[in-house]
Write a protein that binds this ligand. Structure first.
Ligand code: 13P
Ligand code: SF4
Length: 359
C-alpha cells in the first residue's frame, strides 16, 4: 500500500542518513516529493547536486537528462541514481546526436569555416542547448564553443551567445528558443526551423544565411497542449485572472498570457502577490496543484488539468524510490547513471559556461 511504501522509504532514508541526498523535480507527484531533501526546477537541482559533495549517492527523482547533469556536476565517486530508468523526456529525445552532427555539417557548407572569426570577433554560429537534452548533445555544444541554458536563464545565455557568434543554433525546444529570441527583438523571419528529416532542415539557403536563430524542430508534449482558447475561457470565467505560462508553450499562448516564465518564476510570482489573486497557470499540473495547496489565500488552477501531467516524470513511483534506497542500505547501487568520460568533459564545459554566464 501507499503507506507501507512511504514507511519503507522513510526507514531506508533514516538508515542511510547523510550518505544519501534525494532530489525531487517540481513536476514529481506528491507521494515522491514528500521524501525529497530538495525540491526545485532543473537549474536549482543541478546546483543542489553540486552542493552535496559528501553524499555517497544522489537519488534523482526527475528524468534521465537531469540525472546525467547531476552526474556531470557531482564528484566521480558519487553515484547518481535514477529510480526508474524508463523516466526519459520526449523533448530531449527529439534531438539525436547524429542529427545534430549532420545539421552542423550542412550549416558548414553554407557558412564556411565554423571557427573563423569575423571583423567583429564573431564566429558564424554558436550552438545553444536547452538543459532538456542528452549529455551527448551537451558534449557537442561544449566542443563547438557553445553553452547550455534553462528556462530561467535562456535570455542571459542567448546574450552570451550573441557576444560570440553572428547566429545561434538552438535545440531541442523550438518554443523556448522562439519565445526568448522574440522577446529580445529578433524578427520571426530570422528564425528558420530546422527539421532533421529534411535536407538543409527544410529551409532555403537564403533563410539559413539570413538566420539569427535556427530553431530545432522539437517541443514538449506537455506544454504544447496549452492553447489560446483555454486562456480566453479562463479570462471569461474569472475576470481579473492573472495568466502565467511556461516558455515551452507555443508563441501564441505566450503572447496571449500576461506573463511567461520558468517554473521558479511562476512560484516567485505567486509568492510575491500580496492581494488574494486568481492565477491560471500553463505548466505541469503536479506543480500547479502543489502551488494551490501551498497558497490557499489565492485561487490557482491549471489552464488544462486533464491532459497536462508529464507522463515520464510520473514513471518515478515511490516503489522504485524504496527499491533504490534499500539497495543502498544493502550496499548495492541500483540504476546508476554514468556519463562516459569523453562526453562528460565537454558537456561539463558547456554547463560551467552557463553557471558562469551573468545577465
Ligand atoms: P524547468 O525545471 O527548468 O522549469 O523545466 C521545465 C521542464 O520541462 C522540466 O522538464
Ligand atoms: Fe520533458 Fe516536457 Fe516532461 Fe519536461 S515536462 S520532462 S520537457 S516531456
Amino acid at each position: 500500500s501507499e503507506a507501507e511504501l512511504a514507511e519503507r522509504v522513510r526507514i531506508a532514508k533514516a538508515t542511510l542518513g547523510d550518505r544519501v541526498v534525494v532530489l525531487g523535480h517540481f513536476y514529481q507527484r506528491e507521494e515522491v516529493v514528500v521524501h525529497a531533501d530538495y525540491v526545485g526546477d532543473s537549474f536549482q537541482l543541478a546546483n543542489a547536486a553540486l552542493e552535496h559533495p559528501d553524499a555517497e549517492a544522489i537519488v534523482f527523482c526527475g528524468v534521465h537528462f537531469m540525472a546525467e547533469t547531476a552526474d556531470l556536476l557531482s564528484r566521480p565517486e558519487q553515484a547518481v541514481i535514477l529510480p526508474n530508468l524508463a523516466a526519459g523526456c520526449s523533448m530531449a529525445d527529439m534531438a539525436d546526436i547524429d542529427q545534430v552532427e549532420d545539421c552542423w555539417e550542412q550549416l558548414a557548407e553554407v557558412y564556411g569555416d565554423m571557427d573563423a572569426v569575423d571583423a567583429n570577433g564573431l564566429v558564424p554560429v554558436i550552438p545553444v542547448t536547452y538543459m532538456n537534452s542528452s549529455a551527448a548533445i551537451k558534449g557537442f555544444v561544449g566542443r563547438h564553443g557553445g553553452i547550455v541554458c534553462t528556462s530561467s536563464n535562456a535570455r542571459t545565455v542567448l546574450e552570451w551567445a550573441f557576444q560570440r557568434g553572428r547566429r545561434v543554433l538552438f535545440f531541442p525546444d523550438q518554443h523556448l528558443g522562439r519565445n526568448t529570441a522574440k522577446a529580445m527583438g529578433v524578427p520571426l523571419e530570422q528564425m528558420p526551423m530546422w527539421n532533421p528529416r529534411k535536407p538543409l532542415g527544410g529551409a532555403s539557403v537564403d533563410a539559413i544565411e539570413d538566420a539569427r536563430v535556427i530553431l530545432w524542430h522539437g517541443f514538449c508534449s506537455v506544454h504544447r497542449r496549452f492553447s489560446v482558447e483555454q486562456i480566453e475561457k479562463a479570462r471569461a470565467e474569472h475576470p481579473g485572472v492573472r495568466v502565467i505560462v511556461h516558455p515551452e508553450c507555443p508563441m501564441d499562448v505566450v503572447d496571449a498570457a500576461d506573463e511567461a516564465g520558468s517554473t521558479d518564476y511562476i512560484r516567485k510570482a505567486i509568492e510575491a502577490a500580496s492581494e488574494p489573486t486568481v492565477f491560471a497557470i500553463g505548466t505541469e499540473v503536479n506543480l500547479v496543484q502543489r502551488l494551490a495547496a501551498e497558497h490557499p489565500q489565492h485561487e490557482i488552477f491549471c489552464l488544462d488539468p486533464v491532459v497536462c501531467p508529464c507522463s515520464t516524470m510520473y514513471r518515478i513511483h515511490p516503489g522504485y524510490l524504496a527499491w533504490v534506497l534499500e539497495g543502498l542500505v544493502d550496499g548495492e547501487v541500483r540504476n546508476r547513471i554514468t556519463v562516459p568520460q569523453d562526453v562528460a568533459d565537454p558537456a561539463r564545459l558547456a554547463l560551467e559556461r552557463m553557471l558562469a554566464a551573468k545577465p
